[in-house]
Write a protein that binds this ligand. Structure first.
Ligand SMILES: *Cc1c(COP(=O)(O)O)cnc(C)c1O
Length: 418
């Protein structure tokens, strides 16, 4: 038998809407030796990860931990654990991931109500409050950054509205956390989830989650199931969480002081999540957000410098992704493929109504960097020209470089990055 060749992925610069190229230190952390599930090193690393992610989320929530699985695992754990069958759930939809929240809530047997705005817009807070008053939901599920449209939904006023009406407030911050402001406590979040493969600069496969005391109480008052045996004497025996793997009650007991056996925590992913948080906090949360802001502004200036249009309400764009309107006559998929084949750079396609109309270019985590932005713009220019588009020579790179230069001199003059 011939020997199987060693794994040898091609060199890629991942400049799509995620996944992105991981920080090198995250990849190194993932190759650290494994320890047993209850090894003191492991349990202390779990505790340390909880403390680090409290900083990342800007929360004092005791219940701050990881759900094993991609971002969707965190979403599903949160929704299935917080929603009782028949609960009314309100989902404002402004892109693909709002539809995902609505679908998962429906699978959790909620009575789902949606309000929708056109793709490329965010949902006005007044519209959200009006719907809360009309629907009287037990839970509001709202995406922060929706990569399908690049929009960053303002959340800062939503928590107070939810609190006023006695509604639990959940947000999917997968695309935005680390690259845009997110203040779980100040904004009144009851639950929020994310993933590593966007601004946090890791691989997909671990989902940070944080839960307020109120959310934990909702989970704790549901009927407990252990090894298939339901709690006795419970009047609402049908109220148990209908998943084992994503039962946040059980996951909390595993992460908590009781350390009740549930799954086997994904050790290498825990190492990755720890390093993602370490990179963020060592550089500083607001410094990392500023780095994303500058890289995103440079990419935006660069695509505009190439004479390309940008999709959506740019004033509400996430820092870390831009939707570029594909010029007439340029074949969307063939050009994107050429960027990959000839330059080793991946940019993103689009979903639904935007498919074939826009590419999504990300500047996230490790790739929120000057050289990554300038290289991508140079490659885009070359490929666009090859496919017959007339683009100003150097217009993208120059405009982006100007943004970086202004940010550097601004930072130098004031002695600090704003
Ligand atoms: C990218 C993204 C996800 C991804 O979920 P995975 O399960 O990690 O693929 C979820 N939600 C939002 C808002 C995203 O942008």
């Amino acid at each position: 038998m011939t020997r199987i060749a060693p794994l040898d992925p091609p060199a890629r610069l991942l400049m799509g809407p995620g996944p992105i190229s991981a920080y090198p230190s995250v990849l190194r952390a993932m190759s650290a030796p494994l320890v047993g599930q209850y090894d003191p090193f492991m349990t202390s690393a779990m505790g340390e990860v909880q403390a680090l992610y409290r900083e990342v989320w800007a929360t004092g929530n005791d219940a701050t931990l990881l759900v094993d699985g991609t971002s969707r695992a965190g979403i599903e754990a949160a929704l299935v654990s917080l929603i009782r069958p028949g609960d009314r759930v309100l989902v404002p939809v402004f892109g693909r991931f709002g539809h995902l929240l609505a679908e998962i809530a429906e699978r959790a047997l909620a009575e789902v109500h949606t309000i929708e705005v056109e793709w490329g817009q965010v949902v006005p807070v007044s519209l959200i409050e009006e719907a809360i008053v009309r629907v009287e939901p037990t839970l509001l599920a709202l995406v922060q950054g929706d990569t399908s449209t690049t929009m960053n939904q303002p959340l800062d006023e939503v928590g107070a509205i939810c609190a006023k009406h006695g509604v639990l407030f959940y947000s999917d911050a997968t695309a935005s956390l680390g690259g845009n402001e997110f203040l779980a406590d100040e904004w009144g979040l009851d639950a929020a989830t994310a993933g590593l493969q966007k601004c946090l600069g890791g691989p997909s496969g671990s989902s940070p989650i944080t839960l307020s005391d109120r959310a934990v109480e909702v989970i704790r008052t549901r009927t407990r199931v252990e090894a298939g045996i339901r709690e006795e004497g419970d009047a609402s025996a049908s109220d148990f969480i209908r998943t084992n793997y994503f039962d946040l009650g059980m996951i909390l007991d595993y992460w908590g002081p009781r350390r009740l056996n549930h799954h086997t925590e994904a050790t290498s992913m825990l190492y990755a999540a720890r390093e993602c948080a370490a990179v963020l906090l060592n550089e500083g949360r607001s410094q990392v957000i500023e780095r994303h802001r500058v890289a995103g502004a440079a990419m935006l200036a660069g695509v505009e410098g190439l004479g390309l249009g940008v999709f959506g309400d740019v004033a509400h764009k996430m820092n870390n992704v831009v939707a570029v309107v594909i010029p007439d006559g340029v074949p969307a998929d063939a050009a994107r493929q050429a960027v990959l084949d000839d330059f080793g750079i991946e940019i993103g396609t689009s979903f639904g109504p935007l498919h074939g109309r826009v590419w999504r270019i990300g500047t996230m985590g490790y790739n929120a960097r000057k050289d990554a932005v300038l290289t991508t713009l140079a490659a885009l220019e070359a490929v666009l020209r090859r496919f017959g588009a007339s683009v100003p020579a150097g217009g993208g790179v120059e405009a982006a470089a100007d943004v970086f230069r202004a940010a550097e001199s601004g930072a130098g003059a004031s002695g600090a990055v704003a």
